[in-house]
Design a protein around this ligand. Structure first.
Ligand SMILES: Cc1cc2nc3c(=O)[nH]c(=O)nc-3n(C[C@H](O)[C@H](O)[C@H](O)COP(=O)(O)OP(=O)(O)OC[C@H]3O[C@@H](n4cnc5c(N)ncnc54)[C@H](O)[C@@H]3O)c2cc1C
Length: 301
């Protein structure tokens, strides 16, 4: 039996979410295949070390028909995908066309078909049995540690002549310039309206640099134009699961928590001891962000 992993890239290297998916795939089945549109052959073939036996390279991830062909002709029944927007969209197309059920927010997959999923914006877990022999699993990040393997990945170029009649014509795609992708970061430094204005974000960026972290923000902050929209996390923004999430000057409204409450460790800095975020925090500092954050930066040398 084989498992297909949708491979996501972050600045030309495989994302941590996809490496983790490949680790899970190796726990499920012996043959682990990858699918990508990255055609840097020397790098792709090195991905045997991430657990891949074979990698299908396709020109365009919007070419659903060609992807279906890969799935059908290789007898693939299990697909593991990072929960990024691109792959959620691809998964829904594949699901509709090939009649694969989708399990989302997946926390654990058992070899016997038992699945654990996060529900109610991370407040509860649901345990289910998949009685279908095929499934697409949209995985939450950081549910396993990615491992190294001694495998060699063969590259298979997918015949793009199998064409897709897309309803959309892409006119332009703009890629966001980020030093560290928010989706993939182990540490995230996030700040809210407590910072009073965009001119005060330098200390957030300094702390992020010290900790090799990505920056994020609450919705009102991006709505006000203090920070770019792609940094907005929460119910209506990005959902992230870093190993450490710093919430600085953020009240902890339920809509904000919905996007960050599956973080492994939450550290809250707020000058109001009654701020709701402290209830979700693993560690809390009651204090003025303008005093506390520079002290943390200085202590990091
Ligand atoms: C349908 C809907 C969807 C929404 N989706 C989202 C979403 O996706 N993401 C999101 O973030 N919000 C979302 N919201 C908004 C959400 O309800 C809150 O209004 C928002 O999260 C509050 O942002 P904030 O914590 O930055 O600001 P505030 O609520 O103004 O909180 C600022 C915090 O900073 C603290 N503070 C002030 N000064 C300092 C200081 N000097 N040092 C330390 N702390 C200080 C205050 O004590 C306070 O706790 C949504 C709302 C709705 C209705």
């Amino acid at each position: 039996m084989s498992t297909l992993v949708f491979i996501e890239f972050n600045k030309n290297t495989i994302s941590e979410s996809s490496s983790q998916a490949a680790t899970i795939a190796n726990e499920l089945h012996n043959d682990v295949y990858g699918l990508t549109s990255n055609n840097d052959e020397s790098y792709i073939s090195s991905l045997g070390s991430k657990g891949f036996d074979k990698i299908f390279v396709i020109d365009d991830l919007n070419n659903y028909s060609a992807i279906e062909e890969v799935i059908n002709s290789n007898g693939i029944k299990t697909i593991l995908s990072p929960s990024s927007n691109t792959f959620k969209e691809l998964s829904s197309k594949i699901s509709t066309k090939l009649n694969f059920p989708i399990a989302s927010n997946v926390l654990k997959i058992d070899k016997n078909g038992k699945i654990s999923c996060s529900i109610f914006t991370g407040k509860a877990e649901s345990h289910m049995i998949n009685d279908n022999d095929s499934c697409i699993y949209l995985l939450n990040k950081n549910i396993v540690e990615s491992q190294d393997f001694e495998k060699k990945a063969d590259i298979v170029k997918v015949d793009s002549k199998v064409s897709e009649n897309s309803s959309f014509e892409i006119l332009e795609q703009k890629f966001i310039e980020e030093d560290i992708s928010l989706n993939d970061a182990d540490v995230v430094i996030s700040a809210g309206r407590g910072l009073k204005g965009p001119e005060n974000w330098q200390m957030i960026e300094d702390l992020a640099k010290k900790l090799n972290a990505a920056t994020a923000c609450s919705k009102p902050v991006s709505d006000a134009g203090w920070r770019p929209h792609h940094e907005h996390v929460g119910q209506t923004g990005l959902k992230i699961s870093p190993k450490i999430y710093f919430a600085i000057g953020i009240s902890g409204a339920i809509q904000h928590l919905a996007g960050v409450n599956s973080s492994k460790t939450i550290i809250v800095i707020n000058n109001d001891p009654e701020a709701p975020f402290f209830k979700a925090a693993d560690y809390g500092i009651v204090g003025d962000a303008f005093e506390v954050v520079p002290k943390i930066i200085n202590s990091l040398g």
